[in-house]
Design a protein around this ligand. Structure first.
Ligand SMILES: [Zn+2]
Length: 106
């Protein structure tokens, strides 16, 4: 099965002082993502056991007022965020952010 080409967001905005991440995709679709939800679901090797897929991060330990401070694009496939709790090793593929849009819509 051929993978569909994953869109690359045209703009990445840190809204509400970084509490929300707003992505604008080609064609004008906009998705919103909670910084707290993204941080709690951090896929990096510190937060998720690479061998078992078990989450090592206790989501309850993520500060509820967590913000995204900075972001950088990783190639043409992902975004990396620097969070206000000092964590920054998670890489969030565009594919995941794009597919997860429905559950972030209000
Ligand atoms: Zn992490």
């Amino acid at each position: 099965m051929a993978l569909r080409r994953i869109p690359v967001p045209e703009t990445i905005e840190l809204a509400d002082d970084g509490a929300r991440i707003v992505l604008t995709w080609p064609g004008g679709k906009v998705t919103e993502h909670s910084a707290l939800d993204l941080r709690r679901g951090c896929p990096c090797a510190v937060c998720v056991d690479e061998m078992t897929g078990k989450q090592l991060l206790d989501p309850a330990r993520v500060p509820p007022d967590l913000r995204a401070r900075h972001y950088s694009r990783v190639g043409r496939y992902a975004i990396q965020f620097s969070w206000s709790d000092g964590h920054s090793t998670g890489i969030y593929p565009y594919a995941t952010l794009y597919v997860n849009r429905e559950e972030n819509e209000t």
